[in-house]
Design a protein around this ligand. Structure first.
Ligand SMILES: Nc1ncnc2c1ncn2[C@@H]1O[C@H](COP(=O)(O)OP(=O)(O)OP(=O)(O)O)[C@@H](O)[C@H]1O
Ligand SMILES: [Mg+2]
Length: 305
């Protein structure tokens, strides 16, 4: 599953990090591919990504395998990450002259023969060759959308890139998931935007909504996800709920590997009882966004401040 939106700062990396930790902590095997030269997903998973560390750059450009560069995250023994270093900044240009430049990542993922239930790819904020590689490698796209005024602007461009990839390079690709991020319960605008997005994308939109929360933004400073940093916070609970929804929908396959193990996925997740019960409540409340408002504000007041 590739996590994409060419708009910067909408929560792609935060989503990749937190969903992966949530899924892994429920016993699923997860691989995160950090495909952004900024290396933020590597940071969030506590994985070293200084220049010179074997990284996804070596996979794309030097033909190394994912197994050779993947590192286990401190967050869970089930969670591995292929780090991105600053070298990757040059890959966008270097790839131009490489044979089968759009499908380098797809080939590497297909060759990854460790058991894995989910592969999450964190894309950079652009629609260049790195993102195209992610779209060609994936079966599904998850689009995080920030609940703010310009949220829908630029989405058309993303969707037409996805259509192009589907038409020419990866027939199987589908936008299966939209996640509303940085929802600010205090603003009417967030509500309106959330409503518009639900109208436009229907059931693709997860019921769980990620609130704007300081805890979420603090966690990467500790090389952690908010799910590990503050598991009972609203942000953590929303990501746990989102992960449970994903798992319920089933692992829709990511190349041959996850088709093999996909059946186990729904059984494996879901039910960390303390968090899941809470978040189920937040969840159903979240369907009605007016209710989220008060739910989010209330629980914020009770648990955090
Ligand atoms: N729910 C949230 N509440 C508060 N802050 C958040 C939340 N989600 C993300 N952030 C913060 O917003 C910033 C952008 O988030 P993130 O890095 O996940 O976005 P991104 O789409 O990956 O950005 P880029 O396009 O630069 O890769 C980060 O500082 C992150 O900590
Ligand atoms: Mg990012």
């Amino acid at each position: 599953m590739c996590i994409a939106n060419q708009k910067g700062g909408v929560g792609k990396t935060t989503t990749a990090v937190n969903l992966s930790v949530a899924l892994a902590r429920h016993g699923l095997k997860v691989l995160v591919i950090d495909l952004d030269p900024q290396g933020n997903a590597s940071t969030g998973l506590g994985v070293d990504h200084h220049a010179g560390v074997p990284s996804i750059y070596d996979v794309l450009i030097n033909g190394q395998s994912i197994v050779e560069v993947a590192v286990t995250s401190a967050a869970s023994p089930n969670l591995r990450c292929t780090p991105a270093t600053i070298d990757l900044a040059g890959a966008e240009i270097e790839l131009v002259s490489v044979v089968a430049r759009e499908s380098r990542l797809r080939k590497a993922v297909a060759a990854y023969d460790s058991p894995v239930d989910y592969v999450l790819i964190d894309c950079p904020p652009s629609l260049g060759l790195l993102t195209v590689n992610a779209l060609v490698a994936a079966a599904e796209v998850l689009i995080p959308i920030q609940c703010e005024y310009y949220a829908l602007e630029g989405l058309g461009q993303l969707l037409s890139s996805i259509e192009l990839v589907t038409a020419h390079l990866n027939e199987a690709l589908r936008v299966t998931t939209v996640l509303l991020t940085m929802y600010d319960a205090r603003t009417r605008l967030a509500d309106q935007v959330a409503g518009e997005i639900r109208e436009h994308f229907g059931d693709t939109v997860l019921r769980a909504v990620v609130p704007r929360s300081v805890r979420v933004s603090e966690a990467p400073g500790f090389g952690q996800s908010v799910v590990t940093y503050d598991p009972t916070s609203r942000g953590a609970r929303s990501y746990l709920a989102a992960a449970a929804e994903l798992a319920e929908r089933g692992a829709h396959g990511f190349g041959p590997t996850s088709t093999d193990t996909g059946d186990q996925a729904p059984a494996g997740v879901g039910v960390d009882h303390s968090a899941a019960t809470d978040s189920a409540a937040t969840d159903s409340a979240a369907t009605d966004s007016a209710a989220t408002d008060s739910a989010a504000t209330d629980s914020g007041a009770a648990s955090r401040h």
